[in-house]
Design a protein around this ligand. Structure first.
Ligand code: ARG
Length: 462
């Protein structure tokens, strides 16, 4: 960072420079420089429009294009000198451009303000980020489907209230997450439509006196349209809030999966192993292998919720139009992008590194009367009203519990004592395999259905 107090763009109106503290307090270049590609892309589109409309000369455009190529090279190679005096990414780039090409650089800002410029840059940055995140969600979902396919028929206990409830297959369980992350992707796709609208042309707040062509700029930048109102264009950050809300939901789903992974990996449960590359040891306890990655992801969820709250609070009660408060939108937003991006990248990889321990799952299934509902359904099919069947099975479960066995270990006579309708065919219903196979409808856990769901999932992934 270089410093030169006389370089302010607006020096003409001011009689003294700001203190170093105020300079540091008001500058954003430390964090907004990451939008430099978007800033240059936006400036080039604006300059092309200015030239096309005869607002600047063709020679100026040529100079701007040549200068921006140099700036790009300097930033890419790390030679570019970012200056705190120049406040933000926009002024840093414009100043350097002007140093390289002279007056053409000074003409770039014709009909534009940093207010519509920064709003455009954030939207471009966010649109790029959404596209990257969508690719990552797809890779992660595809890893979930692979895992589901491998374990399409592997029985595990399904839980409600963390109590063994009914048998499900591990594949079915993974596909539940496939659905959640699918909705997260849908939300981002929808949000993208509102992100991809062009603020440029709004200038400071009221529009500009030059004969601009906003549609042309929108098209150049691949936007879906222009922001219809100039005041709204420069001031609202609802699209960023919406994006962060979608990220918060995505992280909420990540935290649920993380929690399950952590529990499943606990030796007390022991349903899975995660590949060593996602775990760390303890500095004192030599035996430990800790699921640090899912634990951290669970923790980072709070971080993204926090960024959402920051942005909502930042926007609350802001009068129209642009206020400097909005400069505070970037760090929360960038942090949400980074957190979600890294988390998805790791999870896509980690899903492929999960090994199942089917014996442990099977053993857990014999401990919680997982087929009690199947027995009740069996009795209903023998003519009992469901409530009566429910009660009869409740008694049978109590007896099995006292005897220290699972339902299938009760004898036919013992079962008949609670429900005389029971016959020898009951035992096929009481097995885990029978229970699974009988939930044979769309959305059910029968291995046949899980396989069909996997085929559809692959098609939906495209
Ligand atoms: N760095 C500013 C931001 O991030 C750019 C816009 C500043 N405009 C202004 N009039 N101060 O929002």
């Amino acid at each position: 960072m270089t410093s030169n107090a006389n370089q302010y763009t607006w020096a003409g109106r001011f009689s003294e420079p700001v203190s170093d503290l105020v300079k540091r307090y008001t500058a954003s270049v430390d964090f907004d420089q990451r939008m430099w590609r978007q800033d240059i892309r936006g400036s080039l589109a604006h300059a092309r429009m200015l030239a096309k409309q005869g607002i600047i000369a063709a020679a100026d455009l040529a100079d701007i294009e040549r200068g921006m190529a140099v700036v790009t090279e300097e930033i890419e190679s790390g030679q570019f000198e970012w200056s705190l005096d120049l406040e933000d990414v926009h002024l840093n780039i414009e100043k350097r451009l002007t140093a390289i090409v002279g007056d053409a650089g000074k003409r770039l800002h014709t009909g534009r303000s940093r207010n519509d410029q920064v709003a455009t840059d954030i939207r471009l940055y966010l649109r790029d980020s959404i596209d990257d995140i969508l690719v990552l969600i797809k890779a992660f979902r595809s890893a979930l489907v692979d895992l589901a396919e491998k374990e399409a028929a592997t029985p595990m206990p399904g839980f409600t209230h963390l109590q063994v409830a009914q048998p499900v297959t591990f594949g079915h369980h993974m596909l539940a997450y496939f659905e959640m992350f699918g909705r997260d992707a849908e939300r981002l796709v929808d949000c993208r439509k509102r992100v991809a609208r062009l603020p440029l042309g709004a200038a400071a707040l009221a529009g500009t006196t030059y004969p601009i062509d906003r549609e042309f700029v929108a098209e150049q930048l691949g936007f879906e349209g222009v922001c219809e109102n100039s005041l709204d264009a420069v001031s609202d950050r609802d699209f960023a809030i919406e994006f962060t809300a979608a990220c918060a939901l995505l992280m909420m789903h990540i935290s649920r999966l993380s929690e399950e992974l952590v529990m499943w990996m606990s030796p007390r449960i022991g349903f899975i192993q995660i590949a060593d590359r996602f775990c760390t040891g303890s500095s004192i306890m030599p035996q430990k292998k800790n699921p640090d990655v899912p634990e951290l992801a669970r923790g980072k969820t709070g971080r993204v919720y926090g960024q959402l709250m920051s942005l909502l609070t930042l926007m609350k009660s802001q009068p129209l139009a642009y206020n400097k408060d909005n400069q505070e939108d970037k760090e929360p937003l960038f942090d949400a992008v980074d957190t979600v991006t890294d988390t998805l990248r790791i999870f896509a990889d980690m899903a492929g590194g999960i090994t199942i321990k089917p014996e442990a799952m099977k053993a857990a299934l014999t401990q919680g009367f997982a087929t009690a509902t199947d027995l009740a359904d069996y009795l209903v099919k023998k003519g009992l009203p469901f409530r009566d069947a429910h009660e009869a099975v409740g008694h049978a479960v109590k007896a099995a519990e006292q005897k220290g066995v699972d339902l299938p270990q009760l004898t036919l006579d013992e079962l008949k004592a609670f429900c005389p309708q029971v016959e020898n065919d009951v035992f096929s219903v009481l097995t885990v395999e029978g229970s699974l196979a009988s939930r044979n409808h769309i959305g059910g856990t029968a291995p046949e259905q899980v396989k069909a769901a996997i085929a559809r999932a692959r098609q939906r992934l495209g």
